[in-house]
Design a protein around this ligand. Structure first.
Ligand code: HEM
Length: 462
């Protein structure tokens, strides 16, 4: 007997949904899941958006039936306009699709193998040490700005072998307006028109993008004039040849992959570290435990990758911060054919959205979901119901997905985990951060989730 498939439930009213989603959508979408269940239909764009939030349904979309989906969500709309991310990333690894994406991923994957990343360990520690050298006891720091500077220095050095004070890094960190131009309009229906208007924000955005491009083309020309033996990613991209045709990538493609990795590789990690400090700021017990661990494992020296297995609590802090504040807002897909999930039918050509923030607050898998509790990640105290539950067998893998899942999962996953723990440990040897009285943090959910007005904290030397 075949089961009767139903259309997923959901709210009515296109305009209300649109306003809720383009304001701060996190509360709204969590409420929809609570009210309607793991598959919700939201009438928002020119076609409906289906919010998918149980680990089982997420597994179906990202892994089991991944061939039934593409990432060309924005381009699929009327007129095939460039989506906001593509305006900057072009057709790089994050935004490309299908066979072309598979080829490019194969080419770039070797840069992210575990052994290779272990070789970056020293840069993770040294650059984290450099940034803290400029702080003074009692300083009020914007942790978001500090962490953005740090993580940008790390990708610039490890992948592209350029220094932070280079014009590449400067143009990326200060030149590209994060909330202007196409980035500002991303979730609105007339985005492509709004982005073309001669508004000051749009102009600044496109001028900064052109500066960045000019710098990257210049770096490419320099590498070409060199001996061609460079081991960094830019050299590798220039040297790569198609297995069948023997052709190199054209300059535009090398530019797109370069900008993609520089951008995807630092804002996300900056957000993960910023939220870690915010949560540690409000949880002195967890913070103390982290500092005790760092003191015991490192004393005063810099961490190496060999120390990582012993930095268990520090690692749990990062995992738990990315559970409560997943740096990437979501994964969006377009269905190529009708499909069935959790007893519901989702039609061909729908948009499907997976929002880790919602999945990570499912009380079935995350008891007391709003509580910051790094002990979830460590098997330990039997008297504490939260202890170790996240690492017990039987928990669906995609109950936790800050890096996405399936063939399109983050290429920088291992890189980021090592980078994050080593940064927390290096900085934690000498510093702790207290919340600033009267400041309330407000998560801004766009493509990433970060504090809307930065994160001021007081630095205390320890
Ligand atoms: C805490 C840090 C990070 C988080 C939370 C994160 C999160 C994600 C997520 C959720 C996706 C999948 C999006 C989707 O399925 O639509 C993704 C893809 C990607 N990430 Fe990351 N990321 C992080 C760091 C990095 C770093 C350090 C790099 C590179 C240096 C990077 C490069 C990429 C690339 C190239 C993709 C596209 C992969 C593909 O589709 O083949 N990310 N990331």
């Amino acid at each position: 007997m075949s089961m009767q498939l139903t259309a997923p439930p959901g709210p009515a009213g296109r305009l209300r949904a649109l306003l809720a989603m383009s304001g701060n959508p996190l509360h709204y979408v969590t409420g929809l899941r609570d009210r309607y269940g793991p598959v919700v239909r939201i009438p928002i764009a020119s076609r409906d958006l289906y919010l998918v939030s149980s680990p089982e349904a997420v597994q179906e979309v990202l892994v089991t039936s991944h061939r039934n989906f593409r990432k060309d969500v924005m381009r699929a709309g009327r007129g095939k306009w460039a989506a906001p991310l593509e305006v900057i990333f072009g057709n790089g690894l994050v935004t490309s699709d299908g066979q072309f994406h598979r080829q490019q991923r194969r080419l770039i994957q070797p840069m992210f193998h575990r052994e290779r990343i272990a070789g970056y360990g020293r840069a993770f520690a040294e650059l984290s040490d450099d940034i803290q050298a400029g702080w003074r006891d009692g300083d009020r720091l914007d942790m978001q700005a500090e962490m953005t500077e740090l993580t940008l220095a790390i990708v610039a050095r490890t992948l592209f072998d350029v220094a932070l004070d280079s014009d590449v890094a400067r143009t990326i960190s200060t030149g590209i307006p994060r909330d202007e131009g196409p980035m500002r309009w991303d979730s609105l229906p007339f985005a492509r028109h709004l982005a073309k208007l001669p508004l000051p924000g749009n102009k600044r955005f496109f001028a900064a993008r052109d500066d960045l491009d000019a710098i990257i083309y210049r770096l490419m020309a320099e590498r070409r004039r060199g001996d061609g033996q460079g081991a960094d990613l830019l050299s590798l991209l220039l040297a790569a040849r198609d297995a069948d045709t023997g052709e190199p990538m054209d300059d535009r493609q090398v530019r797109d992959e370069t900008v993609t990795l520089l951008m995807a590789g630092h804002e996300t990690m900056a957000s993960a570290l910023t939220w870690s400090y915010h949560l540690l700021g409000g949880n002195p017990g967890a913070r103390r435990r982290m500092h005790e661990e760092i003191d015991e494992v490192l004393g005063d020296r810099l961490p190496t990758v060999e120390d990582l297995p012993r930095l268990v609590w520090t690692d749990a802090v990062l995992s738990e911060a990315m559970r409560l504040y997943p740096p990437v807002m979501g994964a969006a897909r377009r269905s190529l054919a009708d499909f069935e999930v959790e007893g519901h039918r989702i039609p061909k050509d729908s948009f499907v959205g997976i929002i880790p923030w919602v999945v990570h607050r499912d009380p079935r898998w995350w008891p007391q979901p709003e509580r910051f509790a790094p002990q979830r990640w460590i098997e330990g105290d039997p008297a504490d119901e939260l202890s170790g539950h996240a690492v017990r067998p039987g928990r669906p893998r995609l109950a936790y997905l800050p890096f996405g899942g399936g063939p399109r999962q983050c290429i920088g996953n291992t890189f980021s985990r090592m980078e994050g723990v080593m940064a927390l440990a290096t900085i934690g040897r000498h510093w702790e951060f207290e919340p600033v009285e009267g400041f309330t943090v407000d998560p801004l959910a766009r493509i990433t989730i970060r504090p809307r007005n930065g994160l001021p904290m007081s630095a205390r030397r320890r």
